[in-house]
Design a protein around this ligand. Structure first.
Ligand SMILES: C[S@@+](CC[C@H](N)C(=O)[O-])C[C@H]1O[C@@H](n2cnc3c(N)ncnc32)[C@H](O)[C@@H]1O
Length: 249
């Protein structure tokens, strides 16, 4: 996926569209996982950090935060938002660092930006390398192979405040070339202080089964737990989204 097709003009409206997303709960969940598995240390890597909302919440509560994202526009916003964090531009698949981390997060379906099993393996092995012994990785799998839920129809999200109206239509379909890749096209209409603009955003996401992800993590060396939603309840088929937690043994 050429990165210039993702979140260009739309980056500055990303936080508006996701204004109701429960970032606080997600950060609380990660902290409860850290307590449960006795993660020591304060160094967190937030992979595919986007506009840095998780990063800000972590760094405001005393963690040293490094955020990594492929998208320069998203990173500009993150840098303004979380002044004490460090932000780096890189693909998750090729990120390198001399430093090792106590925790790695990769949230809001960002793990699905690995388009096939080989990319996923590479990324998970990278997470393993980047963690200290006893370190923890946490990510959600928003797009699951074979799960129809988000595939097919169209979804409309809107946001409005004085002088600004946003409407975003999203369509998710299996790619013609590979049924395990989900293609999401967004058409975003923005009316900002009377000026109308629009953007087309295209995303390609790899879909994996829960078992594939679990096996990939186990092969990389992780001890794996799967929770249901951002809670410490075990994942079942009725859970909202699987949250994978890997502990580096
Ligand atoms: C759905 S957003 C999630 C952002 C953030 N984690 C959040 O919860 O708001 C996905 C993010 O992944 C980034 N991204 C996509 N592909 C990536 C890749 N290969 N490596 C690093 N970041 C990537 C995008 O630029 C975008 O900021």
């Amino acid at each position: 996926m050429p990165k210039e097709r993702l979140y260009k003009k739309y980056a500055k409206f990303y936080d508006k569209i996701y204004a109701k997303k429960s970032y606080v709960e997600e950060v609380e969940f990660v902290r409860s996982v850290m307590r449960k598995f006795k993660a020591k240390g304060k160094n967190i890597l937030d992979m595919a950090c986007g506009t840095g909302t998780h990063a800000k919440l972590f760094s405001d509560s005393g963690f040293r935060l490094v955020g990594v994202d492929i998208n320069r526009e998203m990173l500009k916003i993150a840098r303004k938002k979380a002044k004490n964090a460090i932000f780096l531009e890189s693909q998750m698949q090729s990120f390198r660092s001399k430093d090792k981390f106590d925790v790695i997060t990769c949230l809001f379906s960002a793990i699905n930006y690995n388009r096939n099993l080989s990319e996923l393996k590479n990324t998970i092995m990278k997470f393993y390398e980047l963690l200290k012994k006893g370190g923890i990785v946490v990510f959600d799998l928003g797009f699951i192979k074979g799960k129809k839920g988000r595939i097919g129809g169209a979804k409309l999200d809107t946001y409005s405040e004085k002088g600004l109206q946003i409407a975003r239509i999203g369509q998710a379909n299996p790619s013609k070339d590979d049924p395990d890749v989900c293609k999401i096209d967004f058409l975003i209409f923005i009316k900002n202080k009377g000026t109308i603009d629009f953007e087309i955003d295209e995303h390609e996401l790899g879909m994996f089964s829960v078992r594939e992800v679990k096996n990939t993590m186990a092969k990389a060396g992780f001890s794996v737990k799967i929770y249901g939603g951002f809670t410490l309840k075990k994942f079942t088929n009725k859970s909202k989204v699987p949250i994978f937690v890997g502990i580096k043994k």
